[in-house]
Design a protein around this ligand. Structure first.
Ligand code: DX5
Ligand code: ZN
Length: 230
């Protein structure tokens, strides 16, 4: 398939007393990656994982580790998180004045770089960075907590981002002319219904926490999200 939908469960909704087991459970259930939310208590009013917890999750599975940094000064923590096994670091546009430096530093370290945007940040901020990163994360809730309600007004921004990529032939990794589509990730309030809306608008990487961990079976939940894109 030219544009497969990737499902990246958020371990934020897992059992923090058994992180390694939760990571293994996600791997067995067919996840494409584990999404790890890093919160600093300043950029968002919540605290979660540091580098050592990321290392413990990494050692438990072979899955791609998709880090979502909701913290100020992300540049200062890139090396610590990469040395604990992160495969991609996505940080917030709103959290640093060093967006380009941070993206290029992550890439120079040989890993994927992603850039996240809060729901209220305008589409006009996005295009210049599409050539410099591997993924754009469009938050579909206000960052900080799992289990919130999807914000449908973000669908238009997803559409604008996908249209811009298509009109300017921006593919994977921000490369012009790549036949593999650029990665547009959505995060917050994703369930089969909202997943379908996001995929129709142009998203191809879906993060989901609350819905998946509340499902009777993780593998059925992952399958239902995957089918929403077909
Ligand atoms: C929210 C986090 C999300 C969160 C999504 O700030 O970035 O990754 O875990 O969780 P749900 O799917 O519960 O909205
Ligand atoms: Zn997240």
């Amino acid at each position: 398939m030219n544009n497969p939908i990737r499902i990246n469960p958020s371990i934020l909704s897992g059992d923090f007393g058994r992180l390694a087991d939760e990571a293994k459970r996600l791997e067995q259930a067919g996840a494409d990656a584990i999404h790890v939310d890093i919160m600093d208590g300043h950029f968002v009013p919540n605290l979660t994982f540091g580098p050592k917890a990321v290392g413990a999750i990494n050692r438990a599975t072979n899955l791609f580790l998709d880090l979502h940094l909701m913290m100020y000064n992300p540049y200062d923590y890139v090396e610590a998180f990469l040395s604990e096994g992160a495969d991609r670091i996505t940080f917030h546009f709103e959290a640093t004045e060093d967006v380009e430096e941070t993206l290029s530093f992550i890439r120079r370290c040989g890993k994927e770089a992603g850039l996240a945007f809060r729901p209220e940040t305008s589409f006009s901020m996005i295009p210049r960075y599409l050539y410099q990163c591997d993924l754009v994360l469009l938050m579909t809730v206000s960052p900080g907590f799992g289990g919130q309600t999807f914000l449908p007004e973000v669908l238009e921004k997803i559409r604008q981002t996908r249209d811009y990529c298509e009109q300017n032939r921006i593919g994977a990794g921000g490369k012009e002319g790549s036949p593999i589509p650029f990665q547009i990730q959505v995060d917050g309030g994703i369930n089969p219904k909202t997943a379908r809306q996001c995929v129709e608008a142009g998203a191809n990487v879906l993060v989901s926490g609350h819905y998946l961990f509340e499902s009777a079976s993780l593998s059925d939940g992952i399958r239902a999200l995957r089918e929403s894109g077909s």
